[in-house]
Design a protein around this ligand. Structure first.
Ligand SMILES: [Mn+2]
Length: 272
């Protein structure tokens, strides 16, 4: 398994690079604990099984090459069919992975926002997400879970997203959403789970730059996550965690637990 710490946060959500590094520290702690624990524990499955690569964007040259270097790291992991956990800064930092997935991959994106201007391949958008307006490669299939967008029309959403499961659908009937998502995931060649921290309700995860109310509650998220998990999940990206906005480390604790859960699930799958 590979863990890539990719603390890139230019062009939006400054402060999320700190989040990537904090979660990288969590991973290293988990691995150290697993190495030291002498009683039998699930963590032993992680021994010698996880490689951590930490990017550093403190030098201008590294910033300039962020996308190319990110793509290279993603490509290497995906080619070896290694499970990849991508701990990014802002959501844009997940782009190099999404670009490497290819058009037959299904990206299930947990996000309060549809980022449609970012991902859409026209260049009209005026936001800092202009950068994203061109996928350098064929775009993977995109499905959103948990958005609270009140602006975009279904036609516009449909230009980019194969399906969306807005927060009001999840709130009304999470079991149905879990079933439909699960069916989509099982039918795909390869699945990528892209988690933007603001998909969660701000009461559970306050540490985000652009909070929107009525988000996913942690147990609901977990049910949806379990529904889409399977042998074809190539990896998970986690972005937009801004520790400077956290309240009593609530978000850090939630994501720390989630990261360990994901690593243990991937390790169990590898051992099957
Ligand atoms: Mn978002």
């Amino acid at each position: 398994m590979q863990v890539v710490v990719f603390p890139f946060d230019l062009f939006g959500s400054p402060g999320t690079s700190e989040g990537a590094r904090a979660l990288g520290d969590v991973v290293n702690e988990i691995l150290d604990d697993s190495d030291r624990e002498e009683r039998p524990c699930r963590g032993h499955a992680l021994r010698d099984a996880v490689r951590v690569t930490e990017f550093d964007f403190s030098e201008p040259a590294a910033v300039t090459a962020w996308r190319k270097d990110g793509r290279r790291a993603a490509r290497a992991a995906l080619r070896h069919r290694d499970f990849l956990l991508w701990l990014g800064g802002n959501h844009l930092s997940a782009l190099p992975v999404l670009e490497e997935l290819g058009r037959d991959a299904l990206v299930i994106q947990f996000d309060a926002h549809l980022d449609v201007y970012s991902f859409h391949d026209t260049t009209e958008a005026l936001s800092h997400g202009n950068f994203l307006t061109h996928f350098a490669t064929p775009r993977p299939r995109l499905v959103n879970v948990g958005h609270r967008d009140l602006f975009l029309t279904p036609a516009e959403i449909g230009e980019t997203f194969e399906a969306v499961f807005p927060a009001w659908d999840v709130a009304t009937d999470a079991a149905r959403v879990a079933r439909e998502l699960g069916a989509l995931a099982r039918g795909a060649n390869r699945v990528w789970l892209d988690i933007d921290a603001d998909a969660f309700d701000p009461t559970a995860v306050p540490a985000v730059y652009a909070p929107l109310p009525f988000g996913l509650l942690p147990p609901t998220f977990l049910a949806l996550f379990e529904a889409v998990w399977g042998p074809n999940v190539a990896g998970v990206s986690l972005t937009e965690f801004d520790p400077g906005r956290d309240a009593r480390d609530a978000s850090l604790n939630l994501f720390g637990w989630l990261v360990e859960h994901v690593l243990l699930k991937a390790a169990a799958r590898a051992a099957e």
